[in-house]
Design a binder for this molecule. Structure first.
Ligand code: HEM
Length: 491
């Protein structure tokens, strides 16, 4: 019997489903289709198949068990034109990606990240100070960006940038935002008509090419600026430990120009690439706490029982705070930062009685996984307890929220520790409350390749003035210096 693609909804003549996929919260549309067409279905875009996988089991079988065939990314011409193919998320498997992931992981695996624990604890305290000075949370996103930025820049090139309006931070945030739109297919017209870039400048559609060139210039300037800072510090003999300083020191400054260029791109990815997902997770947490006072109270009781209300949490307290870890798991599930993850089939394949032609785009619908009512009863409800009840057959959100197989997010260990520190410190010091009288019941999300809640809608009230005082003792000088207690773990 001739094998076929998974069945799916009918599209329009020629266009297929092009134009039918909503620009706002597309993950809801993809998930809605799964209710009618089952956990695997096919869409068509201009005649090309797109297979959507909507269950953890099917994604695991394809993206993880067959990751040798499904680790390629769909082509993004706009990414190529703007130089983004030098950053990991846009690379295809090969020596360049292998090397980038190896270097990244060497710096930020669970052991490597220990060198930055103190920086993370200090950044959490800085966030407390910012919130204490703005209890109405009128500049909440700035405060979150500052805390995340301080850690990301410190790890990547050794300097903590405190001002969210700093040009380097602004450029990095803009670039990250642009990259997430490219990944999310905002400029897909170039993928379907890849000849557009070779048309003369005056031709319609070529404005995108000029736009790509300006982003490329911004990317190069950012990479050169940060590497320049590290070189200056090394010359002065005062370079704090960081990814970039470690690369230069390890290679005794004998880097080939191409190796140096690759390392610079990894450094930029390390701080710019992580900022938006971290920001999303922290805002989700604050929003969830504001609308779930019972859950907040339980977490605070757990914190008080361990800290006695007299000291701030540290990374070492993690094992004694299982409910805090459950809150982090529920944050990753409730608003999955990467709701739709794409791959391209490397070769013709057969799976589950279906034929998958070479070049087919496959989409892992992480939103659908997070809403699976069998794994997560009442999936729209915020319920961290679900991870503590060992009798429930439950998939750990760490197994999908960070992606799959050979492309799984290398920022996981950093996220895990930083989010834990920030969540625990905020709850030890503040009560989080809704910003208005009531809070919208329906969860509103926004974004492209990266998803986040529309608005955190919260304010804070000090529950421990004593701990706010402890946070004030952390000053910016402490953050700027490598802490003496940071262990040296590099081989
Ligand atoms: C809440 C935090 C985060 C979440 C939920 C998250 C999620 C993801 C997801 C879903 C992917 C796609 C994986 C795939 O294609 O299978 C990814 C890739 C990636 N993430 Fe994260 N991420 C987070 C934080 C970070 C941080 C802090 C960094 C940097 C320090 C980072 C760096 C990267 C990189 C470089 C890739 C590309 C990997 C590749 O394509 O090989 N992420 N992340």
């Amino acid at each position: 019997k001739r094998q076929r693609l998974p069945p799916g909804p009918r599209g329009r003549p020629l266009l297929g489903h092009l134009g039918l996929i909503p620009k706002v919260q597309p993950w809801l549309w993809f998930t809605g289709l799964a209710r009618n067409y089952g956990e695997i279905y096919t869409l068509r875009i201009l005649g090309r198949p797109v297979i959507v996988l909507n269950s953890f089991k099917s994604i695991e079988e394809v993206f993880i068990r067959r990751s040798n065939k499904y680790s390629n990314k769909p082509r993004r011409v706009m990414g190529e034109l703007s130089g983004l193919t030098g950053s990991m998320s846009f690379m295809n498997p090969g020596a360049l990606l292998r090397n980038a992931r190896k270097q990244f992981t060497l710096e930020l695996n669970a052991r490597g990240i220990q060198r930055y624990h103190t920086t993370m604890e200090d950044a959490s305290r800085m966030l407390i100070q910012d919130l204490a000075a703005d209890l109405g949370c009128s500049k909440l996103e700035d405060h979150v960006n500052r805390a995340v930025g301080v850690v990301s820049t410190r790890i990547s090139f050794g300097h903590s940038i405190y001002d969210p309006a700093d040009p380097v931070m602004r450029q990095a945030r803009e670039l990250a935002d642009y990259a997430s739109h490219v990944l999310g297919g905002a400029y897909a017209i170039l993928d379907f008509f890849p000849f557009l870039p070779s048309l003369p400048d005056w031709a319609p559609g070529t404005g995108l090419v000029r736009l790509a060139k300006s982003w490329k210039a911004q990317l190069i300037s950012l990479a050169d600026t940060t590497a320049g800072v590290v070189q200056r510090d090394l010359m002065a003999g005062s370079a704090p430990t960081s990814f970039m300083s470690n690369v230069y020191s390890r290679m005794h400054h004998n880097l080939e120009p191409e190796e140096e260029q690759n390392a610079k791109m990894i450094a930029v990815t390390m701080f710019a690439g992580g900022m938006l997902p971290l920001q999303s997770a922290i805002l989700t947490f604050l929003h969830a706490m504001a609308r779930n006072p019972e859950s907040q109270k339980r977490a605070q009781e757990e914190l008080d029982s361990v800290l006695g209300g007299t000291r701030l949490p540290t990374v070492a307290d993690r094992a004694a705070l299982p409910y805090m870890t459950a809150i982090l798991a529920e944050t990753l599930r409730w608003v999955p930062v990467g709701p739709l993850i794409s791959r391209k089939a490397l070769e013709d394949d057969e799976w589950n009685g279906y034929f998958i032609p070479k070049g087919t785009t496959l989409v892992a619908n992480n939103w659908a996984v997070s809403r699976d009512p069998v794994m997560y009863p009442d999936p729209e409800q915020w319920r961290p307890e679900r991870y503590l009840d060992k009798s429930e057959d439950i998939v750990n959100p760490w197994d999908y929220a960070f992606g799959y197989g050979r492309r799984k997010c290398p920022g996981l260990p950093m996220t895990d520790t930083l989010c834990f520190m920030i969540f625990a410190t905020v709850l030890a010091v503040f009560d989080i409350k809704p910003a208005g009288r009531s809070i919208k019941q329906e969860l509103q999300t926004k974004g492209a390749a990266l998803c986040r809640i529309e608005s955190a809608e919260c304010i804070v009230r000090v529950r421990s003035p004593q701990l706010v005082g402890v946070c004030k003792e952390t000053n910016e000088m402490d953050l700027a210096q490598p802490a003496a207690s940071e262990p040296e773990v590099r081989p």
